[in-house]
Design a protein around this ligand. Sequence first.
Ligand SMILES: Cc1cc2nc3c(=O)[nH]c(=O)nc-3n(C[C@H](O)[C@H](O)[C@H](O)COP(=O)(O)OP(=O)(O)OC[C@H]3O[C@@H](n4cnc5c(N)ncnc54)[C@H](O)[C@@H]3O)c2cc1C
Length: 364
Amino acid sequence: MGDPLLHLGRHLRLDDNPLLASTAAARERLLPVFALDPSIMRGPHQEAFLLASLADLQSSLRARGSDLLLLHEPPPADVRDRYTSPIRMISDGDLPFDASAMPRTYTPFRQRIEAAGVRFTAPIAAPDRLPPLPDGVVCPTIEVPDVTMIATGGPSSAVRHWKQYRDRRLPDTYKETRNELLGCDYSSKLSPWLAWGCISPRRIAHDLLLYEAEFGANEGTYWLWFELLWRDFFSLLASHTRGDRGAVDPHDTSWQRLSTARLGHPFVDAGLRELNATGFLGNRMRQIVASYCIHELDWPWTVGEAYFAHHLIDYDPASNVGNWRYIAGQGADPRGGRRFNIDKQREMYDANHAYTQFWTDPPQ
Ligand SMILES: Cc1cc2nc3c(=O)[nH]c(=O)nc-3n(C[C@H](O)[C@H](O)[C@H](O)COP(=O)(O)OP(=O)(O)OC[C@H]3O[C@@H](n4cnc5c(N)ncnc54)[C@H](O)[C@@H]3O)c2cc1C
C-alpha cells in the first residue's frame, strides 16, 4: 500500500516526472501535496508565479482524477531536497564521471560531457493513470493573486511558451540576441518554468534535438543547450558546496537601496527597477547588477543573492548562489571574479539609452 502522500516539491508537472510516475504506479491511493512554507518570504511576483503554477498543476491533476493539496508548513526534512532542486538535463547515471568527482569549473565539465557525446537524459511520458485520493480528502481550489505578470506559471503555459518559441524559429537567433536587454524574445525566458519544475530540461533538450532534425542545427541551438548545461553545472556544484546563503533583512540599508533602486548608477538602477517591477532580469543585467553590488559597493555577495532570491520569479537556489559566487570570484570562476566596467557595458548594450530610459522613474 504505502504512504499516499507525495511531496512534489519543485517538480510541478506530469510530463517527465520520474518520481510521480513511479509512485503512481506503486500506490492504490495517492495524495499529491506541496508544502507552501509560511516562513519563506517571497516577493509578490514570485508568490504569484508559484501559486499560478500550483493552480495550473491542480487542474491537470484533477483532469486525471487526482488533485493537489497545499500544506501551509515547512516540508519535512527527508523531502526538503525536492523543494530546492529541480530536475537536471543530464541525470547522474548518464554523466561520464562520478557526480561526486565532477570538474569544479565549467569548461572542463562541458568538455568531458561533449567528448562522451552526452546531450541529455531521455524524458519519460506522463503517467496514463493516477490513483484516486485517499477516502474523505478534499483539496480546496488554489487561488491565484491578481498580480500583473510577465509570464503565467504552470506546466500548460510552459508547454505553450516553449512551443511558440520554436514555432517562431527563435532558437536560430538565440546566440546573437541573448545579451539584449529589452523585449521578450532576446532569450528563451524558460527559466521561471524550469525553476519550479513546470517543464523538464530533458524535454526541452529532446525537443531541441527534434527541432535540429527538422530545421538544422546551428550556433543558436547549440548555445541554448550550452546555457542549459550551465544550469546542470551549478545544480551539481551546489550538491557539493552547501554553505553560506544570504538572509532577507528588509530593514537593512542595502536592502532599502535595492528596493528603491537607488544604488547610484543610472544603468544599474534601471536594472533594479525592472527586477522590482517584474520579478525578472535578463542574464546580462543580472551580471551587471551583481558586479556593481560586489565590486563597486563592496557588499558581500550574500546581500544581493538574498535580494534576488526574494524577487526572481525564476529563483533557483543552485543557479542563484552559483552565479553570485562566480561573479564574486568564489567557487566556479578560475579567473578570480568578474568585475564589469559598468560604463563600458552600457555603451555596448544600451548605446541609445533605450533601456535606461524605459526603466527610469518618470519625473515626480
Ligand atoms: C547574479 C545572477 C543570478 C542568477 N540567478 C538565477 C536564478 O535564481 N535562477 C535561474 O534560473 N537563473 C539564474 N541566473 C542565470 C540566468 O541569468 C538566467 O537563467 C537567465 O537570465 C534566464 O533567462 P532565460 O530563460 O531567457 O535564459 P536563456 O538565456 O534563454 O537560457 C536558457 C536556460 O539556460 C539556463 N541558464 C542560462 N544561463 C544560465 C546561468 N548563467 N546559470 C544557470 N543557468 C543558466 C536557464 O535555465 C535558462 O532558462 C542568474 C544569473 C546571474 C548572473
